[in-house]
Ligand binder design. Sequence first.
Ligand SMILES: C=CC1=C(C)c2cc3[nH]c(cc4nc(cc5[nH]c(cc1n2)c(C)c5CCC(=O)O)C(CCC(=O)O)=C4C)c(C)c3C=C
Ligand SMILES: [Fe+2]
Ligand SMILES: [Fe+2]
Length: 336
Amino acid sequence: MRMTPTTPASVPDTAVLLVNLGTPDAPTAPAVRRYLAEFLHDHRVVALSRWLWCPILHFIILPLRGPKVAKKYAQIWMEGGSPLAVHTRDLAAAMQDRLPGLRVAWAMRYGNPSMAATVAALRADGVRRIVLLPLYPQYSTTTTASVTDVAERLAREAGDALRIDTIVDYHLDPAWIAAVADSIREHWAQHGRGERLLFSFHGIPQRLVDAGDPYRTQSQASVDAIVAALADVPGFEPAQAMLTFQSRFGREPWLQPYTDKTLEALAAQGLKRIDIVCPGFAVDCLETLEEITVENDALFRAAGGDALRYIPCLNAAPAHADALAALARRRVEENR
Ligand SMILES: C=CC1=C(C)c2cc3[nH]c(cc4nc(cc5[nH]c(cc1n2)c(C)c5CCC(=O)O)C(CCC(=O)O)=C4C)c(C)c3C=C
Ligand SMILES: [Fe+2]
Ligand SMILES: [Fe+2]
């Protein structure tokens, strides 16, 4: 008699796969060079011709940036590793607690654990359907599409044995908006309110937005919704909120206004206490913990400010895990 392979009821055949950007394995120059080499070879991130870009990358960017950026990672490194990896892992564990009938896994677009190895391990465990959740609330071709490029290749290679459904953005998800707004509210309850509330998002080249990338529009929509959710805070006026863009890379114009220039301008206007939050980042990372709380803090003070008060990312907070688990559960049930 021919036996039909079955999956035991206790082993879920559907997984939720969180994918974040990626980070070096260690805060050392060789590890940072390896990570940046993979990241900056991605055509979604740098679209220049390889004839032009490879010599610049291999002979200028990687040798110079490796040691410099490794020192920055060393300042924020946690006991369990890079903050981006630690918080992504903890968020996946918190979501697993909320999704007992599903398998929750996490991977990185660049570096480790890779998407290919994670998907291979899930398939070996009997997973046949994946709900993919790139950890970018706002869609961009530079980030989300780069994750779906890899997912599409893996699904193609697996043929009928694997289906992947992607949640392409969640920039207006009501539970996520409420979680970010509540984190700001709680910060204000503990520390008081600053004179301005800056929403600082990772930038992208303006050229990409001109070509149709919806990232800026979605970032503005997230800010508007979070500000609307804070309307009942006594004394808070929507005009105190500002959208800015950080982490420029390269020489061409990126989305503006720039976070660093805005902070200097606000200090020059005599403002002393600014609150800053980064809702484009699901979890804390180099760009929030070093660029905002070390570099931008120093330049705000040097320009005459007193305190740049950073409101942390949602990380593995219960409200974040609740919001993303509900989002994933809905997607699993939608196309059963
Ligand atoms: C949140 C969304 C992100 C977008 C959009 C994004 C676009 C983008 N980034 C670079 C270049 C670099 N980014 C770097 C770090 C970094 N970027 C994001 C997120 C987005 N990037 C995160 C979460 C991080 C931190 C990773 C960590 O380990 O904590 C870096 C590496 C650090 C450095 O060398 O400065 C680079 C380089 C480009 C070019 C780009 C869009 C074209
Ligand atoms: Fe190269
Ligand atoms: Fe980046």
